[in-house]
Design a protein around this ligand. Structure first.
Ligand SMILES: [Fe+2]
Length: 202
């Protein structure tokens, strides 16, 4: 398949997947079982690796830190936003929440997800104590689903760059109360830690 055909096929597959995901949320709401069903849809999309070539979704050049985050599709009201994130090995994020549901699956590469729980009494808006509750390796065939309050961090521990589909109930760009957890301090995540999206290279 040549590049324009891949682009067309990808757009159709993404649109059909998101249609089904919209229907799941509408029928079930935002629950862990609903997010598991959404994850299954995204795993099936990610398994079509030929739709997401590394030439179209390269990581930052020269092994640089940070993510290239490509927007694949979002609704006109910023709901159901699907991105492709490409990172080099050796990257990590601060622990953070999303304030909307999130599902991550892998086309290629490994990303260790640490999921945290708070151990403090939530009495201070600017401080939090967190510990790792469990870890999930997101890699081809295995994803993670997060409720709006769940806290995670990602660590690209593998040998090859990641190409991972990240889907959010609401686009990251319009979320302004996401929290980052930085050595006991709570900081606004988008303002302090999030890079803007870039365009796919096709
Ligand atoms: Fe995240």
């Amino acid at each position: 398949m040549n590049a324009p055909d891949i682009k067309t096929a990808r757009a159709a597959a993404v649109a059909a997947t998101v249609d089904r995901i919209r229907a799941i949320e509408q029928a079930q709401g935002v629950t862990r079982p609903a997010l598991d069903a959404i994850k299954a849809e995204l795993l099936a999309l990610a398994a079509q690796q030929h739709l997401f070539p590394s030439t179209t979704f390269p990581p930052p050049e020269g092994g640089r830190k940070g993510a290239n985050r490509y927007l694949l599709q979002e609704d006109a009201d910023n709901r159901f936003a699907l991105y492709m994130n490409a990172l080099n090995p050796g990257n990590e994020t601060k622990p953070h929440d999303h304030t909307t549901w999130a599902v991550v699956v892998a086309v290629d590469g490994q990303e260790l997800n640490k999921v945290y729980r708070r151990t403090d009494d939530h009495s201070r808006p600017d401080r939090a104590e967190i510990v790792v509750d469990h870890e999930i390796m997101v890699e081809p065939g295995r994803g993670i689903a997060l409720m709006p309050d769940d806290i995670h961090s990602i660590h690209t521990t593998g040998q090859v760059p990641t190409r991972h589909l990240h889907m959010y109930g609401l686009a990251l760009e319009v979320l302004d109360n996401r929290r980052g957890f930085d050595n006991g301090e709570i900081k606004l995540y988008n303002r302090n830690f999030m890079a803007p999206a870039v365009a796919p290279r096709d």
